[in-house]
Design a protein around this ligand. Structure first.
Ligand code: PHE
Length: 452
C-alpha cells in the first residue's frame, strides 16, 4: 500500500503574479507560436480559428477552473489529488501523467529546432526564397545527429530548472520571459502586416469558410485548445496545487486563457500573412514557423534581420521551455508525491526515458519516416495521440468529476475561497461542467475519429 498522500512542506508560489506567469508560461509555448499557425494553415484558416476560439471560451475557461479547484483543494499533484478525492478517478490523473510523457516525447525535438535556429540566425542563413528556407529546415529536421544533439541541449535546460523545484526555478524564469515575448510578437505582427499582399493572409486567418469545418478539423481545433491551454492532463491541477488559499481562482482562469489566446492569434497574424505574401505553402505542417519567420527576418536586411532572428528564436526557446517545464513537472511531481522519489532522482529517471522517445520522434522526421502508426510517423502519432485523444478524454472526466462527484458545496467553497470571493455565474459554470463541456468534447471526439 502507498502511504496517504501528504501536503506538508510543499513549496508554494511566492507571489500572485508568479503563479499567473508560471501558469501562462505553461500555456504559452510551442503550442501558440509553432503549432497554432501551422494547424490554422493546414486546416483551412478562418473556420478552424473560429471553432478554436469557441473551444477556448466555452471549454477552456470552464475546464481550467475545474482543474484549479481540484489542485488547490487537495494541494496535491494530479494522481494523488484524485486518489484523495475519489479513488475511482485516479485513472484520470494517471492518464494525465501518460499524456505529459507522450507530449514530452516530441516537444523537446521542436524545442531543439528552436535552439538550432538561434544559431542559424547568428550565422545569417535566412532568405525570402522558399526553396532555400525549405532546404535549411529540411536539412535540420530530417538529419540524424544534429537534431538529436539540439534536443539534448534543450532537454538538459529543462532538467536543470525542474531539478531546482518550483519557486526557485519555474517562477523566476517565467517572470522575465512572458512580457518580452509579447512585445516582440507585436513588433513582428507590424512587420508581417506591412508586407505586400498580407491582407489576403489576414482574410484567410479570420474569414471562416464553413465548408472546411469537417469532423477532423473540429477535433484538431479542440485538441489544439487543450494543448495550448495545458488542459486535460493535470498540469493545471499540479500547478494550482502550489497555489495559496488566498488566490482568486476565477480571475486566474480568465487571465491565463486570455493571455494564451492573444499570443496564439498574434503568432497567427505574424505567420499566415507573411506565408501568403512570400507565396509559401500554407499547408506544409510542422516546418511552417521555421520557414516563414526567418524569411520575414530576411526582408529586414542582414543586420536587423539577424538581431531580430536571434531574439525571436531565443524567446521561442524560452516560451517552449516554460511549457515543457510544466510537462516535466507533472511527471516529476507524480514520482515525488506518489512514489516517494527524491526530486533529483525523479527528474533524472524520467528524462532518460524521455530522451529515448525524443530520439525516435526526431528520427521519424527523416531516417525513420517510412515507419508509420495509423498512417502517421512517430512524431505525428505522439502529437495526435496526446492532443486529439488523451487530453480531450481527460477533459471529459475532470469536468464530470467536478460537476457531479466532488460535491457542490465543496466546489463552491473552493472557487469562492469559502465565500469571500464572488462568482456570479457559479451555476452556469456548474452546468457547463456537468453537461455542456463533456457533451461537446464527446461529440467532437467521436466525429473527429470518424465514429459519428
Ligand atoms: N501549452 C503548452 C504549449 O502551448 C504545451 C503544454 C501542453 C504544456 C500540456 C503543458 C501541458 O506549448
Amino acid at each position: 500500500m502507498q502511504e496517504q498522500p501528504t501536503t506538508q512542506g510543499r513549496d508554494q508560489f511566492q507571489s500572485k503574479l508568479g503563479f499567473i506567469f508560471a501558469a501562462a508560461g505553461s500555456a504559452v509555448g510551442l503550442g501558440n507560436i509553432w503549432r497554432f499557425p501551422y494547424l490554422a494553415g493546414k486546416n483551412g484558416g478562418g473556420a478552424f480559428v473560429l471553432f478554436y476560439l469557441i473551444c477556448v471560451i466555452v471549454i477552456g475557461f470552464g475546464l481550467m477552473l475545474a482543474e484549479f479547484v481540484i489542485g488547490r483543494n487537495t494541494q496535491l499533484s494530479s494522481v494523488d489529488a484524485f486518489k484523495k478525492l475519489d479513488k475511482r478517478f485516479t485513472f484520470v490523473g494517471a492518464m494525465g501523467v501518460l499524456a505529459a510523457f507522450v507530449i514530452m516525447g516530441y516537444y523537446p525535438v521542436v524545442g531543439g529546432w528552436s535552439v538550432a535556429y538561434v544559431f542559424k540566425s547568428i550565422l545569417g542563413q535566412f532568405s525570402t526564397d522558399s526553396a532555400v528556407m525549405g532546404e535549411v529546415f529540411g536539412a535540420l529536421a530530417t538529419g540524424i545527429s544534429q537534431p538529436i544533439l539540439w534536443t539534448a541541449v534543450y532537454l538538459i535546460a529543462n532538467i536543470v530548472i525542474v531539478a531546482k523545484g518550483i519557486s526557485g526555478g519555474i517562477e523566476k524564469a517565467s517572470l522575465v520571459m512572458m512580457p518580452t515575448l509579447f512585445v516582440l510578437l507585436v513588433i513582428l505582427v507590424i512587420r508581417s502586416l506591412t508586407l505586400p499582399n498580407a491582407i489576403e493572409g489576414l482574410k484567410y486567418l479570420f474569414v471562416p469558410d464553413f465548408s472546411k469545418l469537417t469532423g477532423d478539423v473540429m477535433l484538431a481545433a479542440l485538441g489544439q485548445a487543450f494543448f495550448s491551454l495545458s488542459l486535460g492532463m493535470g498540469c493545471m491541477i499540479t500547478y494550482s496545487s502550489y497555489l495559496s488559499k488566498k488566490e482568486n481562482l476565477v480571475q486566474n482562469a480568465i487571465v491565463v486563457p486570455t493571455m494564451d489566446t492573444s499570443v496564439a492569434l498574434l503568432s497567427g497574424m505574424v505567420i499566415i500573412p507573411a506565408t501568403v505574401s512570400f507565396g509559401f505553402d500554407l499547408g506544409q505542417g510542422p516546418g511552417l514557423v521555421f520557414v516563414t519567420v526567418p524569411a520575414i527576418f530576411a526582408t529586414m536586411g542582414p543586420v536587423l534581420g539577424r538581431i531580430f532572428g536571434i531574439i525571436f528564436f531565443l524567446l521561442l526557446t524560452l516560451a517552449a521551455l516554460s511549457s515543457s517545464l510544466s510537462l516535466l513537472e507533472v511527471v516529476v511531481s507524480y514520482l515525488i508525491d506518489n512514489r516517494g522519489w527524491e526530486r533529483k532522482k525523479a527528474v533524472a529517471g524520467s528524462s532518460i526515458v524521455l530522451f529515448i522517445i525524443c530520439i525516435a520522434a526526431s528520427l521519424s522526421m527523416g531516417a525513420w519516416s517510412g515507419f508509420t502508426i495509423m498512417g502517421m510517423n512517430i512524431f505525428d502519432f505522439l502529437d495526435w495521440f496526446a492532443n486529439n485523444l488523451l487530453l480531450p478524454i481527460g477533459g471529459i472526466f475532470i469536468t464530470l468529476y467536478v460537476g457531479w462527484f466532488m460535491g457542490k458545496d465543496k466546489v463552491k467553497a473552493e472557487v469562492t475561497n469559502d465565500g469571500t470571493v464572488k462568482f456570479a455565474i457559479f451555476e452556469v459554470w456548474m452546468f457547463l461542467c456537468r453537461i455542456v463541456i463533456p457533451a461537446i468534447i464527446a461529440v467532437v471526439l467521436l466525429s473527429g475519429i470518424g465514429i459519428i
